[in-house]
Design a protein around this ligand. Sequence first.
Ligand code: SF4
Length: 304
Amino acid sequence: MIRVNTKNIERLKASKNAVILAHNYQRPEVQDIADFVGDSLELSQKATKTDADILVFCGVDFMAETASILNPNKKVLIPDLGAICPMAQQLETEDLLVAKRKYPNAETVLYINTLAEDKAHADCICTSANAAQIVNSMDSDLILFGPDNNLAHYVRQRTNKEIISIPEYGLCPTHHQITVADLMEAREKHPDAKLVVHPECIPEIQEAADHIASTSGMVKHCKSSAGKEFLIGTEVGMLHRLEKEIPGKKFYPLSEYSVCPHMKMHTLEKVERALETEEPEITVRKGVADKARKAIERMLELSR
Ligand code: SF4
């Protein structure tokens, strides 16, 4: 096993005026070395506020792209280029354009889990923390929404607008594989635990939940809830942040197999190497970035 001297990471960060941003699903040791840990919305807001010259983004491709779009003058590094989001890959740009032509009066709201090329065709971006709020603040009553069909289900329960899913069956493999059987087994083991789940879970799991929230919403909810034990229905990396920030309560994974292999690709060794070599860098073509930025900034404006 390669041992990483975290002091060297700190030294490189200071000498290069770099910060490390890590998603809640990162490995515990990567979360612990990060300057900021959060969900997609928190990380994109943070990315607009830092005066660092280099952002080391420990998340998947679309997150690093978003950071680059919001910070065209900063260098955005991703420790492992293989960290892609399979859900973002499920949206074909051509399918989106066909739907936009078919429904000319619809507005397009895309989940932040999309590639920049697709964001460039959206009227507004959303995250799981603000999806219903964003859809409800659109002018049109007809919304093209993608790519997550489970998140679309969550939004449909909270809006009177008509939602058309693009693609029809987009999903996050990590959340979609949590089953009702997992829920029954977990409830048997932890009968007093409250069920808190992410809206990327299947509708049956959402409907059984005591609370549905983005990962940042989970932290807020579990802090303020009177409950002492929680079953957490999302990627297992989230438990590290919950246990660290809320030490007096107990957290159990709804399914211990909810692991996103792409999120786990970043290691301390790769973070150190990225800081040393200032590679791999994520860049987005200017024309695409300018259009995508408008849709992301509209979301940030509506989420204030
Ligand atoms: S957890 Fe799901 S949505 Fe998040 S990066 Fe992994 S595959 Fe994509």
